[in-house]
Design a protein around this ligand. Structure first.
Ligand SMILES: NC(=O)c1ccc[n+]([C@@H]2O[C@H](COP(=O)([O-])OP(=O)(O)OC[C@H]3O[C@@H](n4cnc5c(N)ncnc54)[C@H](OP(=O)(O)O)[C@@H]3O)[C@@H](O)[C@H]2O)c1
Length: 288
């Protein structure tokens, strides 16, 4: 795939990076303590000739904090430009990951790669800046937009719901007017590898199949996770205000991914079952 050479995984420790490390065991995984991507000199020491692929899974994913703290821009926007420039000089392929939050959510159908972008929050604007810097850099670049990511050991909605249920909550109010496609990070990692193997460049969307709302995702997670008795109450975004606005429809159209790889993404409920199995194994519990 890489024609030899060293592969780097940036953002080690994150949900996607862990999936990538499992798929690319020969790659060098670097966490923020090994390589802070906002440090241009450190990046320049790592991305040198001989590096064939850089998998950039590093990001500041704190969507609400981004509204008031511009620190996310250094990671999600500026550093991506520096990284892409170094990849160009080194002749390395940059595989960069972006978000459904580059869209405003107003389309009446799933979002395609060439649809107009118009983020409704600061995180989305920062991620869009990173995409643009990567694509304008002149490097070999693949940008994959994804959505609603979950995996064992990460900060994610599915585990938040399961944690609340486990802590004894008997009723949970969950937003039911934002639609999207949940994505299991190990499936995303495999998708990135397949896209690179197929020679994909430019922007590609990937998410698991099956669109739902946060309420629908919570319902599936709790039923499959052994908490069918927790009462879920659907609510509107207006009833559950957050610092950052979210797009009402962030469903990604993945047909380009399917055309390139010949592989339809599996349904998110199958991925949820695997997620629950892995969580139970990690905790030494029998799967429900
Ligand atoms: N999570 C989602 O729902 C979601 C949705 C759409 C798109 N995405 C995109 O998917 C990609 C993968 O995200 P993820 O879900 O795997 O997120 P994640 O679990 O939050 O992982 C991100 C990793 O990046 C690290 N990081 C932060 N700042 C860094 C820096 N300056 N240098 C090096 N590493 C740094 C983080 O370290 P610390 O934990 O130590 O800060 C963390 O390990 C990102 O591009 C994200 O924007 C995610």
């Amino acid at each position: 795939m890489s024609g030899g050479g060293t592969e780097l995984i940036l953002g080690a420790g994150g949900m996607l990076a862990r999936g990538l490390a499992a798929e690319r065991p020969h790659a060098l995984s670097l966490g923020i303590r090994d390589l802070d991507i906002t440090d241009p000199a450190a990046l320049a020491r790592a991305v040198v000739p001989g590096v064939s692929v850089v998998w950039n899974a590093a990001a500041d994913t704190r969507v609400d904090l981004a509204e008031t703290d511009p620190a996310h821009l250094a990671v999600n926007d500026v550093a991506v430009g520096v990284l892409a420039g170094l990849c160009r000089e080194a002749g390395a392929l940059l595989v960069h990951v972006s978000t459904d939050y580059v869209f405003d959510g107003r389309a009446g159908r799933p979002w395609r790669e060439d649809d107009p972008v118009s983020p409704v929050n600061a995180y989305g604007r920062g991620k869009l800046g990173g995409e643009r810097r990567a694509l304008a850099s002149g490097a070999e670049v693949l940008v994959v937009r994804t959505s609603w990511v979950f995996a064992p050991g990460g900060v994610n909605f599915v585990d938040t719901m399961l944690g609340l249920a486990r802590s004894g909550k008997t009723e949970l109010k969950v937003v039911d007017d934002q639609r999207g496609r949940p994505t299991f990070a190990p499936d995303l990692a495999r998708a990135l590898v397949r896209l690179v193997a197929a020679g994909a460049r430019g922007v590609v969307h990937f998410a698991n199949s099956g669109e739902t709302t946060w309420y629908g995702l919570a319902r599936e997670a709790l039923a499959r996770g052994g908490f069918p008795h927790v009462r879920l109450v659907p609510c509107t975004t207006a009833e559950f205000p957050r610092p950052a606005a979210r797009p009402a429809n962030s469903v990604l159209d993945t047909s380009r991914y399917e055309r390139i790889t010949g592989e339809p993404p599996r349904h998110f409920t199958a991925a949820l079952d695997e997620h629950l199995r892995l969580r139970a194994e990690a905790a030494g519990e029998p799967a429900t």
